[in-house]
Design a protein around this ligand. Structure first.
Ligand code: NAD
Length: 352
């Protein structure tokens, strides 16, 4: 076998190494670090290449590519969304991603992003809630207790200081799993048997369900004044969680409007339905929460810049550690124009 040169090697973070890294750093610290990186990129939003993600839909799910660049680095994520998967022993969402150097075009990081997506989605939710939730919020309702849910709860604890989470899922087994996983987190965990019970007394309502249809996880009469809604699960055409009446009563904050209008809760509304871009609240150009009675709604669909920030965070965090290994990923002939010769010469060293 021929020995790859240094130029051929790309750092690769496997699922195993991602779990080692997360356990080494600790989930709250990972969430704080990711939030800081995402905030930094939202503040320089205007310099990014932005496009709605490229989605390939089927009857049962969606496969998406999410690219962006800040002019120095380029990143993309491959991600799927298949709500039927859990009944077949598979995950609803899996992902991996890549970061590259714009100057050479060479990849500088390849990483698993299933775990990283759950962390970055939670960090983004907490970043938004920090700007929008009522001051002194202590309690969150967590509706949908699947793969993302514990990360969502822990991000609200780490970044907002949430003390109590009230869990509800149509499947009580998911709620028990989530409650068991959060034992020892320091959160006061309350399991509920109806969405109404989960919402009672909560200042933040997070919906994170998976259903490939227009669902009504929250109906209009369930939502009172003064709350912040963090809507995660409506993220595809024809896949929403909230009654349109809630949107009409809320101030809606979004990531990238051209993508959210296709995929988010606001797909139910008129094309010119008023929204505020979250990055403008971070930069201080637009107001976040302006009154105690206001309902704020983060219509989250997940945008490429959040994944770019997560890739940057991992690139910086693994430096000097053993939480990755090098993949022989890029062909590197001695003479850059002699790719053919490199293949031929490999015959002498490769056993076929
Ligand atoms: N906005 C983002 O950035 C982002 C990122 C990742 C995932 N997502 C979306 O978040 C959702 C959840 O992802 P996941 O990986 O946790 O999925 P999952 O399948 O692991 O969990 C979803 C849970 O929702 C429950 N559920 C379904 N309908 C419900 C209802 N009406 N009321 C209460 N519970 C209900 C299911 O029983 C399940 O436990 C998906 O729709 C996914 O596409 C969004």
């Amino acid at each position: 076998m021929s020995i790859p040169s240094d130029k051929a090697l790309v750092p690769f973070v496997s699922v195993d190494n991602m779990m080692r890294l997360v356990n080494h750093v600790g989930i709250p610290e990972m969430l704080r670090g990711l939030t800081a990186y995402i905030e930094e990129d939202f503040r320089r939003w205007e310099l990014f290449d932005k496009t709605p993600r490229v989605a390939s839909h089927s009857e049962v799910g969606v496969i998406e590519l999410m690219p962006t660049s800040d002019g120095e680095a380029y990143g993309f994520k491959y991600v799927n969304g298949h709500p039927k998967n859990t009944s077949e022993g598979l995950q609803t969402v899996t992902a991996f991603g890549l970061l590259a150097d714009v100057y050479t075009g060479y990849p500088v990081l390849l990483t698993e992003m299933t775990i990283l997506t759950a962390l970055r989605t939670a960090a983004t939710s907490a970043m938004a809630a920090k700007l929008l939730a009522p001051k002194g919020a202590t309690t969150m309702a967590m509706i949908g207790n699947g793969a993302q849910s514990e990360f969502q709860c822990m991000a609200m604890q780490a970044i907002l200081g949430i003390e109590t989470v009230k869990l509800y899922d149509i499947d009580p087994k998911a709620t028990s799993k989530c409650a068991a996983n959060l034992a020892g987190s320091g959160l006061n965990v309350v399991t509920c048997t109806s969405p109404e019970a989960a919402i009672e007394g909560a200042q933040i309502l997070t919906t994170c369900t998976a259903d490939k249809q227009y669902a009504t996880v929250l109906s209009d009469n369930m939502v009172g004044e003064g709350v912040h809604i963090n809507a995660i699960g409506g993220d595809c055409p024809g896949k929403t969680e909230l009654a349109a009446g809630i949107l009409a009563r809320s101030d809606v904050f979004v990531e990238f409007p051209p993508q959210t209008r296709i995929e988010g809760e606001i797909q139910q509304m008129e094309e010119d339905f008023a929204v505020t871009e979250l990055w403008q609240v971070l930069t201080g150009d637009k107001q976040g929460r302006s009154s105690e009675k206001q309902i704020t709604l983060f219509d989250s669909v997940g945008f490429a810049i959040e994944d770019f920030s997560a890739l940057r965070f991992i690139r910086d965090t693994i430096k000097g550690t053993d939480f990755y290994f090098d993949l022989d990923m890029l062909a590197d002939p001695d003479d850059p124009r002699d790719l053919f010769g490199m293949v031929g010469r490999a015959k002498e060293t490769t056993s076929i």
